[in-house]
Design a protein around this ligand. Structure first.
Ligand SMILES: NC(=O)c1ccc[n+]([C@@H]2O[C@H](COP(=O)([O-])OP(=O)(O)OC[C@H]3O[C@@H](n4cnc5c(N)ncnc54)[C@H](O)[C@@H]3O)[C@@H](O)[C@H]2O)c1
Length: 348
């Protein structure tokens, strides 16, 4: 399929979007709003989707051939928004081309492949970041800022529930096939598993999880997950996740982080909220930022300054995959699964 080049912009960092589906629009909007990067093209195996997205973006080049897009002058990086099972080969191709990568979560669907991708980018000297977007939402950053500021002392317990009905009416077939998505824990559970691990500032050692096809027995994945994570330093996290509630409009989020000196609590009243601690109640700073734009900036920061501390490290991305894999295994076995088991053979 030939690439249709209509506009040949120049700009700070040329970024192609690979996979022009649901989430690609959010990344496209973040790119449009950025002065540090520009959309340099669209790639999708489906020519109709690629061309439609390219037209909607003002006539950027499009192609069905990733190699062709990566070889194009002015393409420095890629944001990959393809189904989970395609992440590893696409990431390897981007590393081999010497480009930077923002990979939608999960980085890959197995721990060895996640580790191999990180090694490939290390070898190439380019930046890979996994798009764990919740880290960049106001609520998550506000919780992290409050913990960093000592609001609760040393955090020892986190409870996070993300409940909704987004599965309805039409989750794509690949999402409902665990062989392609990695299962619901890897597909959506990683958001929670990554967040609580980030907030607790502790290394997870084991996961004990239960999954249920709560709202639709015909689902090939568990739409409802209960996940308990134990940490090396003694902390614990309890996560509850669903994408299959009725009504489909349900959008509930509950956060509680208990520490040695207090409790931080975000009532489920939308994305802006309050912090309640032993010393009183305070408002979280209402930044009203776009999480995808903040995430894009974090990736661009990592590319601009390789030595700077990263908002989301490659090790964080591998750990999130390991947590998702351990969760899936725990559901299957009905018993706790250690991170050591799923990381075995891939630690350096
Ligand atoms: N960060 C978030 O909050 C968030 C939210 C939703 C989805 N995601 C992630 O984003 C990714 C995409 O999810 P989606 O819901 O947008 O999927 P989608 O099914 O809506 O879109 C995927 C697109 O990728 C294309 N595609 C498939 N294989 C390809 C290949 N090998 N090369 C190029 N294009 C290919 C498809 O034709 C389709 O247009 C997944 O990894 C998912 O886990 C992240």
């Amino acid at each position: 399929m030939a690439r249709h080049s209509v506009i040949d912009d120049t700009g700070p960092l040329g970024v192609v979007i690979v996979g022009a589906g649901f989430i690609a629009d959010h990344h496209g909007a973040a790119l449009r709003a950025s002065s540090r990067a520009r959309l340099a093209g669209i790639v999708d195996v489906d020519a109709g989707r690629a061309s439609a997205a390219a037209t909607a973006a003002g006539g950027v080049p499009w192609t069905t051939d990733l190699a062709e897009a990566l070889a194009r002058p002015g393409v420095d990086a890629a944001i990959v928004c393809t189904p989970n099972m395609t992440h590893e080969p696409i990431a390897q191709q981007i590393a081999a081309a010497g480009k930077h990568l923002l990979m939608e979560k999960p980085l890959t669907i197995t721990v060895p492949s996640a580790r191999a991708v990180v090694e490939a980018f290390d070898a190439a000297g380019t930046v890979v970041m996994a798009a764990h977007t919740h880290r960049f939402y106001d609520y998550a950053r506000a919780v992290d800022d409050a913990i960093a500021g000592g609001a609760v002392g040393r955090p020892v317990f986190a409870r996070l529930a993300l409940l909704g009905g987004w599965i309805w009416p039409d989750w794509r077939a690949w999402v409902l096939d665990p062989a392609k998505s990695g299962g619901h824990a890897l597909h959506n559970g990683v958001h929670l598993l990554d967040l609580v691990s980030w907030w607790l500032r502790d290394e997870p050692v084991s996961v004990y999880a239960r999954g249920r096809a709560q709202t639709a027995a015909e689902l090939r994945i568990y739409d409802y997950l209960e996940m308990h994570v134990e940490y090396a330093g003694g902390a614990d996290a309890v996560c509850e996740m669903s994408r299959g509630h009725r009504p489909s409009t349900l959008d509930r989020r509950d956060v509680l982080v208990a520490g040695t000196d207090g409790v931080l609590q975000l009532p489920a009243d939308g994305w802006g909220s309050t912090v309640v601690t032993e010393s009183g109640t305070s408002l979280l700073h209402p930044q009203a930022a776009n999480g995808f734009a903040v995430q894009l900036d974090a990736w661009l920061d990592a590319i601009a300054d390789r030595a700077a501390e990263r908002a989301m490290t490659p090790a964080d991305a591998v750990r999130a995959v390991a947590l998702g894999v351990a969760t899936e295994l725990s559901i299957e076995r009905g018993e706790p699964v250690t991170l050591d088991e799923v990381m075995e053979g891939v630690r350096s």
